[in-house]
Design a protein around this ligand. Sequence first.
Ligand code: ZN
Length: 261
Amino acid sequence: MNWIDTHCHLEMIEGDTKDVVSSSMELGVDKMVTIGTSPANNKQVLSNIKKFDNVYGTLGVHPNDANQQAMVYLDGITEELSSNKKILAIGECGFDFFRQQTSLSDQRVVFEKQMQMALELKLPIVIHSRQAEEETIAAMEPYLKKGLKALFHCFTSKDILFELGMRFDSWFSYNAIATFKKGDEIREFLLKTPTDKILIETDSPYLAPAPYRGKGNIPGYVSIIGKELAGFLNIGEAEFMKLTYDNCHTFYDRLKLGGVI
Ligand SMILES: [Zn+2]
C-alpha cells in the first residue's frame, strides 16, 4: 500500500508524463487520478489512463469551460462513462466566480447536467467551488437529497458549504494549502472532518508543498502532504496512509474493481 493522489492534472504538468508518473511512484505514490476539465482535456485524460496502468481518470467540464457546446459534448460521453472502468467519477464541475470567464447561467446548467448524469450513471462527482458557496448549495441540495455522492475537492471554503457536505455524508479533500502557514482556517475544517471522509490530493501542477513552493507540483508530492497532515492530526503516518487509501477506494469505488477497461 502507498499514497494515492486523488486529484491531479497530469496533462497540465510540464515535461514527459512518463517521467512524472515514474518519479511520483518513486516518491511512494502508487495510484493517481487525473481530473478532466474540458472536452479537449478529457481526450488527453482518456489517452493517459490507457497508457499508464496506475493512472485513473475522471471526465467532466470545469465551470470555467461551461458553455452550450459543453452540454452537447456531455450527452456524447455517457457511453464512455458507463463502460470505461478506469473512469472513476464525473467532474470536476461546479461554480467558479474567482476566475469567472463564463456566465452564471452557463455554469449552472452545465453543473446541473453533470449532477444529473452522476445520479443516472451511479457515479461519484468531484466538486469545484470557488467563491460561490450560496450558488453551490442551492444547486447541489436537490441532487444530494437524491443520493448524489460528492467530493468537495481542495476544500478551502466556508462553514455553510462544509455543513452541507456534512449533512449529506460527502467527502472532503485537502492539499498543500492545509500545510501552509496561513492555512489555519482550513486545518480547522480538517479537524472537523470525520476521519472516514478525508482524502488528500496535490491538484498538481498547482499548489506545490514546501520545499517546492512556487515550483511545479507533481502527484508524488502527495506523500509530503500526507506526512504533514498526519502529524497535524496526530495520527501515525502509516495509519493515515491506510486511512486515506481506504477512503479513496470508498469514494472512487470503481478502484475496487481494479480499473480494468
Ligand atoms: Zn483540479
